[in-house]
Design a protein around this ligand. Structure first.
Ligand code: AHR
Length: 681
């Protein structure tokens, strides 16, 4: 009876193994770590963040303004606004640009020509406008919100009321402002939310007869992260809960502002950093290039207000301890779109923009652009060390332009580290592999400090390519793997998922990048953000709605690598690792030493549905343990994912594990990324 059972069990296990695609290993897996010979220093910027204003990443996301089209600058100037007319009220609305409100400094093109005129014949029960927010507005009970508007009265003393109304009609908060006379004036006040809603709208109601002009209608949560003084009230900036998610990663760098947004659909939509600094009410708005990029995810109300501009990016980097990594346009629009080029003899203003940016970031407070930074509230330089010349560009036209930029920058700022690109992912851009080969040939001669490679591939590719960088030439530029993410269905497919499978397969690939840490010096996942109701591209690392934010399984993988980089690379030898199938291994491992903590760090990814026992040998170590810390990210199924309802379904757990000495056995959990921190001498 017993025998039959055992045989049945064995057969069952065998069948399960086949179903899971695991071949039976003949001997126990062994991980040998050469800890006696610490290798190169792991780059402190090894794990960073890629930011792009895609998926409502900035306006409607990280930037905490709740009013959409606050200055009536959208081409459809009342987009986001509707007339509000209660019962017997009478009045008219018109968007105008004669004698507009202009205040504060602008350093780029002037950007706020329009304002709204509200003419009230009969205030009755209320005449004005309603703003719909970014797929609604999120307000939380008990929190305070700053309302402000610039107003000009063409009549006697004018008065207005502001109401915030929940989706179901409840009034969440209300405020009044009176005595408005004469020319443009800022009218600010604070309101407290008496209730919570994530789809609220704002009513602006003129309560006296006459004519009132308004501009820069604004509502911010008081507890925004980052603020700096401007006029009579601090200008708030970024959503605190989202910034916290970034800070919790302890990122080595922040790449901004993209992505394809740097290039623009055509050059008129390219990112121009000078238009994004100075007084926020004067920053020139443009259409977001993701507005109509995907026919299946049209987002016609997607614009860039640049309330989150270059000053704020640098400040954010400083606040979360990340090195700033701006990427600027190099005279080329997106080659997937118009591919518009700036003629070679007209590149000068583009080159000057880059030189000026370096002065803005690093120049003394009395230099031309350093003074602009100082006037914005930051006399101390930001200490920018690297700069990207173009995003996903390719072809000889890129090389000839790159040379002009590199020459000018290196002449003036020889220490500035330059980042050049290898086009896009080889599988999606025209003539991919040949193009990449051509670019690499050029880069090996021109020697930018970093070359940026992108991978948007299916999850299997990541697991199959754990050894991708093992045989890369060591001479020449270092690698910046500046965009990658496993696409579970297809590149940018709306059906892609941030599931455990994609996260673990990326983690396996990351062990490969880490093992090649002498060459791969910087890496980041892309894109960063997705608004649940307004995304264009998925998968994304961090998801949010107007009130909540959560990290995907992929976020926690990134976070674990970033929180446990170690200081020096250790070589790892693996033997008797079971195969998942013909092209993939069941276990991927990297290891580093944390000199300061006196710990050996092992990162291991088990992609099978079974525990995987391995003998771990720390060679060159006299003492290890007696306890190690294991931080484990795992799930029951490869389809597991985090959601608004279950934001921490796939999230790391910690435990202590006994370690008897430099040689010990550990069982890696099914479907897991494990970080082992082993105290060692
Ligand atoms: O991450 C989304 C897009 O993918 C980026 O904007 C671009 O650089 C890449 O093609």
């Amino acid at each position: 009876m017993f025998k039959t059972h055992t045989a049945k069990n064995a057969a069952f296990i065998f069948i399960c193994s086949i179903l899971a695609g695991i071949s039976i290993a003949s001997a126990q897996t062994k991980i040998t770590i050469n800890a006696g010979k610490p290798g190169v220093q792991i780059s402190p910027t090894m794990y960073g963040i890629f930011f792009e204003d895609i998926n409502f990443g900035a306006d409607g996301g990280l930037y905490s303004e709740l009013v959409k089209n606050r200055s009536f600058e959208f081409p459809d100037s009342l987009m986001g606004w509707t007339e509000l007319k209660r019962e017997d009220a009478e009045g008219t609305l018109s968007v105008r640009d004669d004698e507009p409100f202009i205040t504060g400094k602008t350093y780029g093109e002037p950007g706020n020509a329009h304002y709204l005129r509200i003419e009230v014949k009969k205030p009755g029960k209320g005449f004005g406008v309603t703003n719909e927010g970014f797929r609604g507005m999120g307000l939380q009970k008990g929190k305070r919100y700053w309302f402000s508007v610039y107003a000009r009265s063409l009549s006697d003393e004018m008065t207005f009321t502001v109401e915030v109304i929940a989706e179901d009609g409840r009034k969440i908060t209300e405020g009044r402002f009176g005595g408005i006379k004469g020319d443009w004036k800022r009218c600010p006040f604070v309101m407290e939310a008496l209730d919570t809603d994530k789809k609220a709208t704002l009513n602006f109601i003129v309560t006296s007869p006459g004519t009132l002009d308004i501009d820069m209608v604004s509502l911010f949560p008081e507890d925004s992260a980052i603020s700096y003084p401007s006029n009579s009230m601090p200008i708030p900036g970024l959503r605190k809960d989202i910034v916290q998610m970034l800070a919790d990663m302890k990122p080595g760098f922040l790449r901004f502002p993209g992505g394809c947004i740097v290039e623009g659909y055509d050059l008129s939509l390219r990112y121009q950093w000078k238009n994004t600094i100075g007084d926020i009410s004067q920053r020139k708005l443009i259409k977001n290039r993701w507005n109509t990029e995907f026919k299946h995810r049209l987002t016609r109300d997607y614009y860039q207000s640049f309330g989150l501009g270059f000053f704020e990016y640098f400040k954010l980097c400083e606040d979360i301890g990340a090195e700033p990594m701006p990427i600027l346009n190099c005279g080329m629009a997106c080659q997937f779109n118009s591919g518009e080029l700036v003629p070679m003899d007209q590149l000068e203003p583009y080159v000057q923009d880059m030189l000026d940016l370096i002065e803005f970031a690093n120049g003394p407070a009395d230099s031309k652009w350093g003074k602009v930074r100082a006037d914005m509230g930051h006399p101390k330089p930001f200490g920018m060390k690297m700069l990207g010349v173009g995003n996903e560009q390719w072809g000889p036209q890129y090389i000839e332009r790159y040379k002009v930029f590199a020459k000018a920058i290196k002449e003036k700022y020889p220490d500035m580290q330059l980042i050049a690109a290898t086009g896009s992912d080889a599988t999606i851009f025209p003539n991919g592999p040949a193009e990449i080969e051509y670019l690499w040939k050029q880069w090996r001669q021109l020697n930018p400090e970093f070359v940026d490679e992108h991978f948007y591939r299916n999850p299997d590719w990541f697991l199959e390519n754990v050894n991708f960088y093992d045989d890369y030439p060591r001479k020449g530029p270092k690698l910046f793997v500046g965009e990658y993410a496993a696409q579970s269905v297809g590149v940018a497919s709306p059906n892609n998922r941030n599931n455990l499978k994609s996260a673990l397969y990326e983690a396996a690939f990351m062990t490969g990048m880490e093992r090649n840490g002498d060459l791969v010096r910087m890496t980041c996942y892309a894109p960063l953000f997705g608004h649940e109701d307004a995304w264009q591209w998925r998968p994304d690392m961090i998801w949010f709605d107007n009130l909540n934010v959560y990290g995907s399984a992929n976020y926690y993988v990134q976070q674990l690598f970033s929180l446990h980089p170690g200081t020096n690379l250790l070589t790892v030898k693996l033997s008797d690792v079971p195969n998942l199938d013909d092209t993939k291994k069941a276990l991927s491992v990297s290891s580093t030493l944390d000199k300061k903590a006196g710990e050996i760090i092992v990162k291991a990814v088990n992609v099978t549905n079974k525990g995987l026992k391995a003998e771990i040998e720390l060679s060159g170590v006299s003492k290890a343990g007696p306890q190690a810390k294991a931080i484990i990210l795992s799930g029951k199924s490869l389809d597991d994912e985090n959601t608004l309802e279950e934001p921490k379904k796939v999230s790391p757990a910690e435990k202590s594990v006994p370690v008897g000495g430099p040689s010990f056995t550990y069982e890696f959990q099914p479907y897991s990324l494990t970080i082992l921190r082993i105290p060692s001498e």
